[in-house]
Design a protein around this ligand. Sequence first.
Ligand SMILES: [Zn+2]
Length: 270
Amino acid sequence: MSEAPHHRIHAIRYARHERVAAENFIGGDDHASPMPLDYFVWLIERDGMAPVLVDTGFGAEAAVRRKRTMIRPVEEGIRAIGVDPASIEDVIITHLHYDHAGSLDLFPKARFHVQDDEMAFATGRSMTHKTVRAPFDAGPVAQMVHLLFGDRVVFHDGDEEFAPGITLRFLPGHTAGLQGVEVSTARGPVLLASDVAHLYANLVREMPFPIVVDVPAYLDAHKRLFELVPGIDHIIPGHDPLVLTAFPAGLAPDVSRVDLAPLQPIGDLV
Ligand SMILES: [Zn+2]
C-alpha cells in the first residue's frame, strides 16, 4: 500500500459575530462575557491535483441581513492564497446552513457534494418549522436544487472515500445530514468537523451549541470525532476563533494552516 497523501489545509476566515458565552451552550454558561464566533471556509491543497474547497460561506447580502461582520469576502480569501475561485472543480458542502452554503455563484465550474439526508432535510417537511429553518436561507437551497438539475450536485450517503486522503464522515445532529471531512496530512488525520462543534468548548464541556436538531446524535458525533482522530488537536470546529490563533499562520492574514500542529496543545487553551 502506498503511503497516505500529505494534503495541506488552509482555514480561511471571512466573517465574525460578536456574542456572549451564554449564547453558545445549551444549559451551562451564565457568563455575559464575550465569546465571538468566526466564520471559515477550508481549502484542501493537494500535490499534483486540483484543490478541494470545503463550504462556500455567505455573501455581503446575508452578512448585512443577519448582522454579521464581513472581514474579507470569501472570494478574496481564496484568491489571497493563490487560488482562483472560478477554477475550483469540487466543493464539499458540510451542511446547507446559510453560512456554509451561500455564495454558490462564485464557483461556476464546481460540482457540489452533499449528503442525501441533508438535501432531503433542507427541502422537506422539517423546514415547516420556523426555528429549524432559521439558519437556512431559501435562496441558496433553491439554487442547489437548480444546480442539481444542471448535473452539478453529487450525492453521498454516509461515510465515503471522496478521493485519496479525503474521507467524508457522516456526523448528523447539528443538522440531519451534516458531513465532516477527514483529511490525511503530514501529522496524521485532521477532521474538518464543521458544526459538529461550533467551538472547542462545546467538545470539552460536552455541551451542544444551541442550534441542534437531535441532541443524542449531536453528542454521539462528538464521541465519534475522538474515535476517528488521535485527539482534539486533530479536530477543527466550525466557528472557533482559536482555529486562527492556535495554528500556524497561513499565506495571508486571516488564514491558518490546520494541517500543521497547533503552536500549543488545544487542551491548554480551552
Ligand atoms: Zn450550521
